[in-house]
Design a protein around this ligand. Structure first.
Ligand SMILES: Cc1cc2nc3c(=O)[nH]c(=O)nc-3n(C[C@H](O)[C@H](O)[C@H](O)COP(=O)(O)OP(=O)(O)OC[C@H]3O[C@@H](n4cnc5c(N)ncnc54)[C@H](O)[C@@H]3O)c2cc1C
Length: 458
C-alpha cells in the first residue's frame, strides 16, 4: 500500500496538513531565505496524534523531519522533497505549574519565552535563556540540549529536565514524566532523547525543573588586555560571589569594536582593549549583592587584571550591555557568513584562537572574523566571512575544526551537529563512540525514518 496523505489527514484533521504553497511559502529556518521543500507539513495537537502518525509513517518507510521553532543553527530541520515535516506548532499547552514541587509540565511546542514567563508569574525561574527565546520551542531546546547565557551556574538544558514523553519511530509512546529530582530506578531514559537532535524519538511533552526567582541582578562590563587575565578574573569573581555568578561572557575586540560602531549600541567602555567581559550575578539579598559585586570588581582592578569596569546602574543599562553581546545579527554582511560554536579548555583558548585566525588569514583575503562566546563555559563562537564564493565553506570549516583535534576540543559546544557538521564529527568523537551512536539509532529507529542523515550517516 502506498503512503497516502489522506491517511495523515484522518489522524490530524484537514487543517493539520499543509501542502503546496501553504508549505513551500514557509522559511526553512527563521534566519534563512530558503523555503521548505517537503511533501507536507503535518501539525499534530497531541502525543496520541504523533504516535498514530509515526506508526503510519513507519509502516510506509516514510521519512519524518521534526520542526520546532526553526531557530537551530546546524540545518537540523532541513527537509528533502520526499520528507514529511512534523511541526510541533499546535502543541503549545502549558499544562501545569507546581510551585511546591518547583516544576512545570508543557507540550513540546511551547516557546521558551512562554515557559520563562509562566515560571516568573509563579515567583520561579526556568533557567535556560538564549537569544532566540521568543521563537525557539522547548522541544527544540531539549533535542539540541541548548546552552545559552546561564550555563556557568545552572548547566545545560539537560540539567533542567525532570521527565519527558517521547514517541519512537514506530509510534511507541514512552511516557517517562518523572517529576522528582532524584530517581535512580534503572536507566534514566530521558537522557537518550536530550541532545540527540530528534534522531531517536520525537519529544511531545516535558516536565521542567524550576528554580527560585533571584531577588537581585547585577550586571557589569570589564575591559581586559591580556587573555590570561580572563581565567583569573573568572576565578576571583566566582569565588567572591559565592555561587551567584550567572554569566561570564567575553567579546573579543573584533566583535565589540564592530558592534559598537552602530548608533544603537553605544560603547559602555572605550574600544581600544583586547577583550570585554560581560558578567551577571543573580542573588537573594538586595541590600548586599551590589556591594559584593562592587567588592569583587574592585579586587580584580586592584590586582591589575582588568583595565576598566562599568556597572549597570539600572535595567536599561543592563539591557544595553546585553544588547551588544546579543547583536550577533549585525555581523551579517553582503556575503556568506559561517557560524561556529566550539568548545575547549580555557587554558587552550588563546593559542587556539590565534591559530584559527592565522590559518584563515593565510587562506582568505580579505577575511573577517568576529569572536565572542560563553567563555565561562569554555565555549567560543566565530562568525566568519571569507569571500562571496559559498564553495569556500569547507576550507573555512577546516581552519576552525582541524586545530581542535590536538587539544581534544569539540566542534559543537551547544548547537549540535545537524547536517552541517557531521563531516567533522571525527574531530571530537572516536570511531567507537560513533559506532555506539549507530547502535542506539538502529535499536530505536531501525528503518531510519526519524531526521534521516542527521549527526552521522547510517
Ligand atoms: C539568535 C539565536 C541565538 C541562539 N543562541 C543560542 C545559545 O545561546 N545557545 C544555544 O544552545 N543555542 C542557541 N541558538 C540555537 C538553538 O539551538 C535553538 O535556538 C534552539 O535550541 C532550537 O529550538 P527550535 O525550537 O528552534 O528547534 P528547531 O530549530 O526547530 O530544531 C532543532 C533540532 O531539533 C529537532 N527538534 C525540534 N523539536 C523537536 C522535538 N519536539 N522532538 C525531537 N526533535 C525536535 C529538529 O528536528 C532539529 O534537528 C540560537 C539561535 C538563534 C537564532
Amino acid at each position: 500500500m502506498k503512503f497516502d496523505l489522506n491517511a495523515i489527514r484522518n489522524i490530524v484533521g484537514e487543517s493539520g496538513v499543509l501542502v503546496g504553497t501553504d508549505a513551500s511559502s514557509r522559511q526553512e529556518q527563521i534566519w534563512s531565505s530558503k523555503h521548505v521543500d517537503a511533501q507536507a507539513i503535518v501539525r499534530p495537537r497531541t502525543t496520541q496524534e504523533v504516535s498514530s502518525l509515526l506508526a503510519y509513517c513507519y509502516e510506509h518507510n516514510q521519512p519524518v523531519v521534526v520542526h520546532g521553532g526553526l531557530t537551530g543553527m546546524v540545518y537540523g530541520a532541513t527537509t528533502r522533497s520526499c520528507d514529511i515535516a512534523l511541526s510541533t506548532e499546535r502543541m503549545q499547552s502549558v499544562e501545569s505549574v507546581d510551585p511546591i514541587n518547583r516544576s512545570m509540565t508543557v507540550q513540546a511546542g511551547v516557546k521558551l519565552q512562554e515557559v520563562q514567563e509562566n515560571a516568573a508569574v509563579n515567583g520561579l525561574m526556568f533557567t535556560l535563556d538564549l537569544g532566540a527565546r521568543g521563537s525557539c520551542t522547548i522541544g527544540g531546546n531539549i533535542s539540541t540540549n541548548a546552552g545559552g547565557n546561564q550555563v556557568i551556574r545552572y548547566g545545560m538544558t539537560r540539567d533542567m529536565i525532570l521527565g519527558l514523553e517521547v514517541v519512537l519511530a514506530d509510534g511507541t509512546m514512552v511516557t517517562s514524566m518523572n517529576d522528582m529530582i532524584k530517581n535512580n530506578a534503572g536507566y534514566d531514559l530521558k537522557q537518550l532523547f536530550i541532545g540527540t537532535e530528534g534522531t531517536l524519538g520525537i519529544i511531545t511533552r516535558a516536565v521542567l525543573r524550576l528554580r527560585e526567582q533571584p531577588l537581585s541582578s547585577e550586571c557589569a562590563m570589564l575591559a581586559v588586555n591580556k587573555f590570561d587575565h580572563l581565567p583569573a578574573i573568572l576565578k576571583t569573581i566566582d569565588q567572591r560571589l559565592g555561587g551567584t555568578l550567572t554569566s561570564f561572557e567575553v567579546m573579543w575586540h573584533d566583535f565589540y569594536s564592530f558592534i559598537t560602531e552602530f548608533k544603537d549600541h553605544p560603547p559602555p567602555l572605550p574600544k581600544d582593549f583586547s577583550y570585554y567581559v560581560l558578567i551577571e550575578a543573580k542573588g537573594g539579598n538586595i541590600h548586599h549583592d551590589r556591594e559584593n559585586v562592587e567588592g569583587a570588581l574592585a579586587s580584580v582592578v586592584e590586582a591589575g587584571l582588568a583595565e576598566e569596569v562599568v556597572i549597570a546602574q539600572n535595567q536599561a543599562q543592563r539591557d544595553a550591555f546585553w544588547a551588544i553581546r546579543d547583536a550577533v545579527e549585525k555581523t551579517v554582511i553582503d556575503q556568506p557568513m559561517y557560524v561556529f560554536d566550539v568548545s575547549l579548555k580555557i587554558g587552550s583558548m588563546e593559542a587556539y584562537v590565534d591559530e584559527v585566525k592565522r590559518r584563515l588569514q593565510a587562506k582568505f583575503e580579505p577575511c573577517y572574523v568576529f569572536t565572542f562566546g560563553h567563555l565561562g563555559d569554555g565555549n567560543i563562537h566565530f562568525n566568519i566571512h571569507a569571500g562571496k564564493d559559498p564553495s569556500l565553506k569547507h576550507a573555512v570549516d577546516e581552519c576552525v575544526y582541524e586545530p581542535l583535534r590536538k587539544i581534544n576540543g569539540s566542534i559543537s559546544a551547544e548547537h549540535g551537529i545537524g547536517h552541517e557538521k557531521k563531516e567533522f564529527l571525527s574531530v571530537s568523537r572516536s570511531t567507537t563512540e560513533v559506532q555506539v551512536m549507530r547502535t542506539l539509532k538502529q535499536a530505536l529507529d531501525p528503518k531510519g525514518i526519524l531526521n534521516p542523515g542527521l549527526i552521522f550517516d547510517p
